[in-house]
Each structure stands twice: as structure tokens, then as C-alpha cells.
Write a protein that binds this ligand. Structure first.
Ligand code: TRP
Length: 447
């Protein structure tokens, strides 16, 4: 039974928006374009799409199905499936909680920077130039201030349960994000140099395909769909029994991929426009100067060419980025909080402050070493832990949980599923292909 203090999705749309809100975040608008630019454009795009369809989507269905069956936090859910072997369930659940917390710790630092870029143009408009400059200049004090600001927003929302507010906000603001994207895309194509970026994005150069590209594409797909760490499991536990899980998962994956593709359509052309204007983005050996380069030099460069209108657009764009990040960060914090609430019987609000506070302290450590720690924590948690935990869930669904149990869960909300193509392919696909594919991709650099 889901306790009433947890978020409950009363409508199917409410669920789709919350799950899409979790999926759509910095991974789409920042990670995907950055990874694409770093990995030679179109070739990455193609492999990424293949990863979404062939691995991430089936895994999303798996995670949601496990969660809805469990009707509990990830640890409780795994215990229910592993009926009689609670220790394995607890160990896996705890690893997932740690992964979710690590991801949140660096995510809050990045989102904090975006918040700084959202506030700065407003300060500039009212001529508080030095304060604006402080917010966009890398210092420890500013990093900590902005990280704390974003972490407190995350804690505030989670502590209240997935409040009506954030769902309503997402419904209203996500369309604004889309409109803004289209305005910016239309503008960027009036600028010299944009077509070069578009070509780089859409024309694949297969010489770029390497084991690293394939592993990065898999990591990006897992990250973008919030897989592996229990987020989708928890959200699945809030999903009504009459919802059709494969269809819902397809809609969430489609929204997420649509936003990523649109962001690429803006950012890669904006990148070549900035290069055309003399902004340095790549170093001499062709690597991106920093993973923040695209968001923090390319976009500001674009906004600058737009005069005062650029200040408004900049503020709006970064505010929306912060909102997209917030609907994601709450879904990460929900993982450990739901475990503490139900497994330890903690008060939700105390659990949120304690866990959220501990993660904030970890974020402060990252703030003091942004140059090394962001990349390191992101690598460990997103490139390795997420897919490996995903493989664990595939094994849980395919080997531990009885096939009839899976079918029964899916039949609620989709009574005809047994006769369809999906049920013919997906169970053995998750049982064999997904875990083998994930391990094989990790083995690639060694063959
Ligand atoms: N998917 C989100 C993004 O693209 C981030 C996110 C939310 C996430 N929950 C997660 C990533 C759980 C990994 C695991 O920005």
C-alpha cells in the first residue's frame, strides 16, 4: 500500500508528466548535446537512438513493472520479489540508493550553476552588474551558495510529498520550454555558421564509432531515462493498476528523446555559430574544452548577440533549465527517502532533511573540486553503476521473478497483452539480450 504522504499519480497524464519530468533534465539539454559534440555528431546520435530503442526502453518497462508490482520503495519491492532472500534485496537496494545519491550530489552542483545563470540576467537588467558577475564566475563561495539554493529547493519539494505544485508547474512550463527552443532554433539559423553545426549533427561520420562512443551512448540513454537507480521503480509503485505499462513507457521515452533531439538542434548549430564568432570551444586536439563549454560559453554567446532581448531569453531559458532539473532531482531524492520512510519507519520530512542534507554536504565537497570530482562522480555513477544496476534489474525480472507474475502485472491495464507481439519478444529479450548486451558493451574496450 502506498502511504498517502508519498506522491500519488491520480491520472495517467499526471504519471506521464512526472515520469517525463524525471527523465527530461540536464541529461537532455546539456548531456546529450555535449556527448554528441564530443563524439563527432551524427554517429553518436544514431548509436544513441539505437540504445534508447534496443536497451533503455525495454529496461524502462522492466523497472516500471517491478515497481508497480512491489507497491513499495525499491528495497521493499525487491524483498517482495525475492521472497525469502531479504539480504540480496537489501544489498541491491542500498547500492541503488547510493547511486541515486551520488548522481544527485553532482547534479545539484550543475543545476546550481544554471540557477546562477538564470538570476544573473535579471540582476543585469536592474544594473546590479557586480552581483550578476559574481553569480557567473567560478568561485567556491558562489558554487556553494548556488548548490545550497538548488538542494534546498529539492528538499522542500520532496519533503512535502510530490506536491500538486510541481506537477502543475511541469504541465505549464514544459510547453514553454518547447516554444522557447523553437524561437531560439529559428534565431540561430539566421546566423552565419549554423549550417555547419547542423551538418555535424545530422550527417554521421562512422569513423567516430569506437568502444568509448558506444559506452557513452549507453550511459547517456540510461541517464536520460533515469534508469538503474530505482527512480523509475519508485515512480512505478505510484502508478495506477489500470495503466498500460508498455504504452506509458513508450510515451515517456518518446517525450524524453524528443527533448534531447530538439536540444541538439539548438546547441550544435549554436556551437558552430559561436566558433564562427571566435569563441574557442575545442582544444587543439579537438576535444571539448570543458563539459560546461556548450552551456556556459556557447549559449551566453548566442544571447549576447541578441541585445536586451537576449537578456530576457537568457533568464527564461535558464529558469526553465532549473525547473527541468528540479523535476529530475526530486525523483532522485525520492529513492533514498522512500526507503527510509518505509523500511525504517522514519518520518518523511525528517528523512528528507537528513538525507538531503547529507547529499548537500557531499555536493559541497564536489564544489571545492569541481575540476576533478564532477567528472569522476558522474563517471562512476552514470557510466558504470547505472547500466550495471540495470543489468541487475533485468536479471531480477527475467530470472528471479516468475514469468507468470510478470504477465499478471502487465495484464492489469493491458488484458490482451499475452496475445500481442510485445509479450512474444520482451520477456526473453529482458532475460537474455539486455544483460548480455550490457556486459558485452562494457567488454568492448578489451576485445
Ligand atoms: N534523467 C534526468 C536527466 O536527464 C536525470 C535523472 C533523474 C536521473 N533521475 C535520475 C539520472 C535517476 C539517473 C538516475 O537529466
Amino acid at each position: 500500500m502506498a502511504s498517502s504522504s508519498r506522491g500519488q499519480f491520480t491520472t495517467r497524464l499526471g504519471f506521464i508528466l512526472a515520469a517525463a519530468g524525471s527523465a527530461v533534465g540536464l541529461g537532455n539539454i546539456w548531456g546529450f548535446p555535449t556527448n554528441t559534440a564530443e563524439n563527432g555528431g551524427g554517429a553518436f546520435l544514431l548509436i544513441y537512438l539505437a540504445m534508447v530503442v534496443l536497451i533503455a526502453f525495454p529496461m524502462l518497462v522492466a523497472e516500471l513493472t517491478i515497481g508497480r508490482y512491489g507497491q513499495s520503495n525499491p528495497i521493499g519491492t525487491l524483498k517482495k520479489i525475492w521472497n525469502g532472500k531479504p539480504v540480496i534485496a537489501i544489498i541491491l537496494g542500498v547500492i541503488a540508493m547510493i547511486a541515486a545519491s551520488l548522481i544527485l550530489s553532482f547534479y545539484s552542483v550543475l543545476a546550481g550553476w544554471l540557477a546562477g545563470h538564470a538570476i544573473a540576467p535579471v540582476l543585469e537588467l536592474v544594473s546590479l552588474d557586480s552581483a550578476a558577475k559574481w553569480l557567473v564566475t567560478e568561485t567556491l563561495a558562489r558554487n556553494m551558495f548556488l548548490t545550497a539554493l538548488f538542494s534546498l529547493m529539492t528538499i522542500y519539494v520532496v519533503q512535502r510529498g510530490v506536491a500538486d505544485g510541481i506537477e502543475k508547474w511541469s504541465t505549464r512550463l514544459m510547453p514553454v520550454l518547447f516554444i522557447l527552443f523553437f524561437v531560439m532554433i529559428a534565431y540561430i539559423f539566421t546566423q552565419d555558421g549554423a549550417v555547419k553545426g547542423l551538418k555535424m549533427y545530422l550527417i554521421p561520420d562512422f569513423s567516430h564509432i569506437s568502444p568509448k562512443l558506444i559506452i557513452d551512448a549507453m550511459g547517456q540513454a540510461f541517464f536520460s531515462l533515469s534508469l538503474g537507480v530505482g527512480t523509475m521503480m519508485v515512480y512505478g509503485s505510484y502508478l495506477k493498476k489500470d495503466a498500460n505499462i508498455p504504452k506509458t513507457a513508450g510515451q515517456v521515452a518518446a517525450i524524453d528523446t524528443g527533448v534531447a533531439l530538439t536540444a541538439g538542434l539548438l546547441i550544435l548549430p549554436a556551437m558552430t555559430v559561436a566558433q564562427h564568432n571566435g569563441v574557442q570551444i575545442f582544444n587543439d586536439s579537438g576535444e571539448l574544452l570543458s563539459s560546461g563549454a556548450l552551456v556556459f560559453s556557447v549559449l551566453p554567446n548566442m544571447f549576447e548577440t541578441m541585445g536586451t532581448a537576449g537578456l530576457f531569453l537568457a533568464a527564461m531559458f535558464f529558469v526553465l533549465m532549473v525547473i527541468a532539473a528540479l523535476t529530475s532531482s526530486i525523483s532522485m531524492l525520492e529513492v533514498p527517502v522512500s526507503c527510509a520512510q518505509e523500511e525504517l519507519n522514519s518520518d518523511r520530512s525528517i528523512a528528507t532533511w537528513v538525507i538531503g542534507g547529507a547529499i548537500m554536504l557531499l555536493s559541497f565537497v564536489i564544489c571545492a573540486n569541481t575540476g576533478t570530482l564532477i567528472d569522476l562522480v558522474a563517471l562512476v555513477s552514470t557510466v558504470y553503476m547505472q547500466p550495471l544496476l540495470g543489468a541487475a534489474w533485468a536479471i531480477v525480472l527475467g530470472w528471479v521473478w516468475h514469468r507468470n507474475g510478470v504477465l499478471k502485472e502487465l495484464q492489469q491495464g493491458n488484458p490482451e497483452i499475452e496475445n500481442g507481439l510485445f509479450w512474444k519478444i520482451w520477456p526473453w529479450y529482458v532475460r537474455f539480450v539486455c544483460p548480455i548486451a550490457i556486459f558485452a558493451i562494457f567488454a568492448l574496450p578489451f576485445v
